[in-house]
Design a protein around this ligand. Structure first.
Ligand SMILES: N[C@@H](CCC(=O)N[C@@H](CS)C(=O)NCC(=O)O)C(=O)O
Length: 409
């Protein structure tokens, strides 16, 4: 059996271990489809990549540990000295930069990237703060690279390689040409390390961005949609669809067109800061006669184990609600920690009958539905908290941290 590396594309942490394994000419099988590999699911309950299983059965997680271990596996002492340093100071310096790139920089990248691609709710303040922190990381690199070619020693070390992968992801998404121009030393160093053979995998997956990512479904998209609408023939000009092709209508379609457009609200929620802008807009436009709001709670919280698995449960529920998605919006979150967590959320539906919206999902009866009253401040606050999902949720009078969550939109 060969060594196995479990990875995912577009994550610099996983890809740097791939780049290293290839450069070091190690006998390593790369597995991207980790979910269907039982050896992986049984060995790594946290489901984080990279993860490694050696020929001898040795299991390892954590990018930094895996990177060091791959270098050690070569048994080439000279190469190891070059990549991780020789003296105590060199070794400490390599580890310092490796840690900085893999924690500080990547964490800020995730904080900026996920909201910008719509993976978590967009909050301008949070994204700006993350970009500001990335700017500080860049300045820290500039300082060192003004005087030295590389980060830790006179050669390319793991410090440069891990940092290169992290910056490749940053410069391929949330920072563009202007940022590179502003940081000439960082850019010069980046271009130099790019010629190292261990950088190949990063170059394959990350391309330098000219323009940084913009907030999801930005105004441009909206304009395009408007244009498209205009180009379509008006209703009266359209040939009537043959009767046989008519699909049975969703029962909530019969309620007609509401004044509060769900699409408009979903766009507001995705593009604007949730608390200061989107939520006030929502309450101004919400009409309890057209829509209703529901507290949705999972009935079997005591059976939940790992928080990421609870979050997967929400994901599955939302996927099965897809036939009703045109009539619903909401968020559900996982609160608590592994082996002590629960699922709760707030969901708005068209009309007043929750069954009509939810019964398309076969597992809908695993949830308890309680109608919320938008005239009550405490019910409004509950909706705000679930949709902004930025502070602990109160469960049985106790604040519980939110571990994860998903948006139904
Ligand atoms: N501290 C770990 C973090 C690993 C980690 O968070 N990996 C992310 C990708 S960057 C992951 O596997 N995410 C998948 C998920 O959270 O489901 C390391 O440095 O390797």
């Amino acid at each position: 059996m060969s060594n196995t590396l479990y990875v995912a594309t577009f994550t610099p942490r996983a890809l740097v271990t791939v780049g290293l394994a290839k450069f070091l000419k190690l006998d390593v099988e790369i597995v991207e489809d980790r979910e269907s590999d039982e050896r992986y699911t049984k060995s790594f309950p946290l489901d984080k990549v990279p993860a490694f299983i050696g020929k001898n059965g040795f299991k390892l997680t954590e990018t930094i540990a895996i990177a060091y271990y791959l270098v050690a596996l070569t048994g080439d002492e000279k190469l190891e000295n070059t990549l991780v340093g020789t003296t105590a100071e060199e070794k400490a310096n390599v580890l310092r930069w490796v840690s900085f790139a893999n924690s500080d920089l990547v964490q800020q990248l995730i904080k900026a990237y996920f909201p910008l691609v719509g993976k978590v709710p967009y909050n301008k303040k949070q994204v700006d703060a993350a970009l500001e922190s990335i700017e500080k990381c860049a300045q820290f690199f500039e300082l060192r690279l003004k005087e030295y070619t590389y980060l830790a020693t006179e050669n390319v070390t793991l410090a440069d390689l891990l940092s290169f992968y992290s910056w490749s992801a940053v410069l391929g998404s949330v920072c563009g040409a202007e940022f590179r121009k502003k940081h000439p030393q960082l850019t010069r160093w980046f271009n130099t390390v790019a010629t190292h053979p261990a950088a190949e995998t990063a170059k394959k997956y990350f391309k330098l961005a000219e323009k940084p990512l913009e907030p999801p479904q930005g105004k441009k998209k909206e304009q395009k949609k408007e244009q498209k609408k205009e180009q379509q023939p008006k209703k009266a000009e359209q040939a009537p669809a043959p009767a046989a092709e008519k699909k049975p209508k969703h029962p909530l379609e019969l309620l007609g067109k509401p004044a509060l457009s769900l699409d408009e609200w979903k766009r507001k929620y995705s593009n604007e800061d949730t608390r200061p802008v989107a939520l006030p807009w929502f309450w101004e436009n919400y009409n309890p006669e057209e829509w209703s709001l529901w507290k949705v709670e999972y009935k079997y919280n005591d059976e939940l184990t790992l928080t990421f698995m609870s979050n997967n449960l929400i994901g599955g529920f939302f996927a099965r609600l897809s036939a009703s998605i045109k009539y619903m919006f909401g968020c559900m979150v996982v609160y608590g920690e592994n082996n002590n967590n629960g699922i709760i959320g707030a969901i708005m539906i068209r009309g007043q009958d929750y069954a009509k919206a939810f019964d398309v999902a076969p597992d809908w009866e695993s949830y308890q539905f309680t109608k919320l009253d938008s005239s009550k401040p405490e019910d409004r606050a509950f909706v705000d908290d679930m949709w902004a999902w930025d502070k602990p949720v109160i469960i049985n009078g106790e604040p519980r941290e939110i571990a994860d969550g998903k948006v139904l939109k």
